[in-house]
Design a protein around this ligand. Structure first.
Ligand SMILES: [Zn+2]
Length: 118
């Protein structure tokens, strides 16, 4: 059987894809281009491995943030119910009760107490 590693190089990706792991390692020994490319790939994969825990940590922080946000929304929703009732109360006092009627303002009104315009 022909030794695959001594075959003409078809480029790093092709060799990586089509050779068995053993043949590929053999090829790296005889092919400078692929050896260089492989070293580069190893660096990239090492970087990814290094970055993994950082990415996980970020995800965890994000989850904490979402939980905190949900908590504050829940608290705010609970607090805002009485807050809304105070608001309604203020609205009643200011608008419905304390606002002078048209008649009290001394303007001409019709028999229904509405502003009368000639
Ligand atoms: Zn090669």
């Amino acid at each position: 059987m022909e030794n695959q590693s001594e075959k003409k190089c078809n480029g790093y990706e092709a060799m990586f894809t089509f050779l068995s792991e053993e043949d590929f390692k053999e090829h790296l020994k005889v092919c400078e281009d692929c050896a260089k490319e492989h070293a580069r790939m190893e660096k990239v994969s090492a970087l990814i491995q290094e970055a993994k825990p950082y990415i996980k940590e970020k995800k965890k922080n994000f989850r904490v943030l979402v939980t905190a946000a949900a908590f504050f929304v829940a608290v705010f929703a609970t607090l805002s119910v009485p807050l809304c009732m105070v608001g309604v109360d203020m609205y009643d006092n200011m608008v419905a009760q304390n606002t002078p009627s048209v008649e009290e303002l001394g303007l001409p009104v019709d028999e229904y107490g509405l502003l009368y315009i000639e």
